[in-house]
Design a protein around this ligand. Structure first.
Ligand SMILES: NC(=O)c1ccc[n+]([C@@H]2O[C@H](COP(=O)([O-])OP(=O)(O)OC[C@H]3O[C@@H](n4cnc5c(N)ncnc54)[C@H](OP(=O)(O)O)[C@@H]3O)[C@@H](O)[C@H]2O)c1
Length: 314
């Protein structure tokens, strides 16, 4: 199953997330995912594993044109003069000549770090200390550079991630090419129904990340995640799962895909990656969908306010 993007291309409804793959086994894990049937791979410059993904793509039994490869411009390359070289670096690390989707990772412009000094430049984009360093680059300028890559054919579709309604509205006012996709944190504890209604009404597809809520942030020792009950053991999710003879993870993913929102679960484990792919061949009842909607806590785990009081979601 797929979503038709406003760029004319089809994006698979279920993909494979590549953040925090086991570093030593990333290539093997991606190859497992290809062999399991995943077509969409969601990567980013910041994940530091483009080369390993590229190695898997080289061995892929599935031809390039049947795959959908997403990557993301890191915060340190927002200056229009760096957007193309950032994309070229990703393409060369992946061993590809085009991306299916190229996203602005965050609406945050950080200090440029030359590739030969540090790549990827990391969370703070600093060479000399552990403080965050920013640059004055308006998003509209970055977007124009993204658009020119789409026009050159280096990327088939362009999109955004971690943008709020106000920023999306502003981008739409001046843009020649609309974002095809918005990628956001979206799970039962952070539902954002008004953002989703607005974005879908503008013909922009949505991809949900961190569909399992706190789970992904446990290994980062996030206090918020450690203090939040796991969604997998939530009574509502467990009851619905046993009714359908599915796992709690499959219920969380189906609650999302059933609303035409793409998911990109990540797993280092072959059994779980296969399980996560089977989330479009059954339906939750309207009542079950509503029950899950009641679990919203407006609880965001990936919030730049917690990094350095960066105000993108306030
Ligand atoms: N745009 C952005 O800013 C942004 C931010 C975050 C993530 N993303 C993208 O979204 C993808 C997915 O989000 P995520 O990695 O944060 O989290 P996620 O997919 O919600 O959760 C991953 C965690 O769940 C576990 N898991 C996976 N399948 C499971 C299952 N069936 N049952 C039980 N546990 C399971 C994984 O452990 P195992 O590996 O051990 O299975 C891992 O700990 C990322 O990989 C990345 O591509 C984008």
């Amino acid at each position: 199953m797929s979503i038709k993007l406003n760029s004319g291309y089809e994006m698979p409804l279920v993909g494979f997330g590549c953040w925090k793959l086991d570093e030593s086994k990333a290539s093997e894990v991606v190859l497992d995912a290809i062999e399991s049937g995943y077509k969409l791979f969601d990567g980013a410059q910041d994940y530091g594993n483009c080369k390993q993904i590229g190695e898997a793509l080289k061995k892929s039994p599935v031809p390039r044109e049947k795959l959908f490869i997403t990557s993301k411009l890191w915060n340190s390359y927002h200056d229009p003069k760096h957007v193309e070289e950032a994309c070229d670096k990703v393409l060369s690390d992946l061993g590809l000549d085009y991306l299916d989707l190229w996203l602005i990772h965050f609406p945050i412009a950080q200090k440029f770090i030359p590739f030969d000094k540090k790549y990827p430049p990391g969370f703070t984009c600093s060479l000399e200390d552990d403080k965050f360093h920013f640059e004055d680059i308006p998003l509209a300028e970055t977007w124009k550079a993204m658009k020119s890559l789409a026009k050159k054919g280096k990327v088939k579709s362009i999109g955004i991630s971690n943008f709020s309604g106000a920023l999306i509205q502003d981008l739409l006012r001046g843009c020649e090419i609309k974002p095809a996709v918005l990628q956001i944190e979206h799970h039962a504890y952070l539902q954002q129904p008004r953002l989703i209604e607005y974005v879908q009404s503008q013909g922009i597809a949505i991809t949900a990340y961190s569909s399992f809520g706190p789970q992904s942030f446990l290994e980062l020792k996030s206090k918020k995640a450690l203090d939040t009950p796991t969604l997998f053991a939530h009574d509502t999710i467990k009851t619905i799962a046993s009714k359908h003879d599915k796992s709690p993870a499959q219920i969380l993913l189906r609650w999302t895909t059933q609303r035409n929102i793409a998911v990109i679960p990540k797993s280092n484990n072959k059994k779980r990656m296969i399980e996560n792919l089977k989330v479009t061949d059954f339906d939750l009842s309207e009542e079950e969908m509503k029950e899950i909607s009641k679990l919203d806590k407006e609880l965001r785990f990936n919030d730049p306010w917690d990094w350095d009081k960066i105000p993108i979601f306030i």
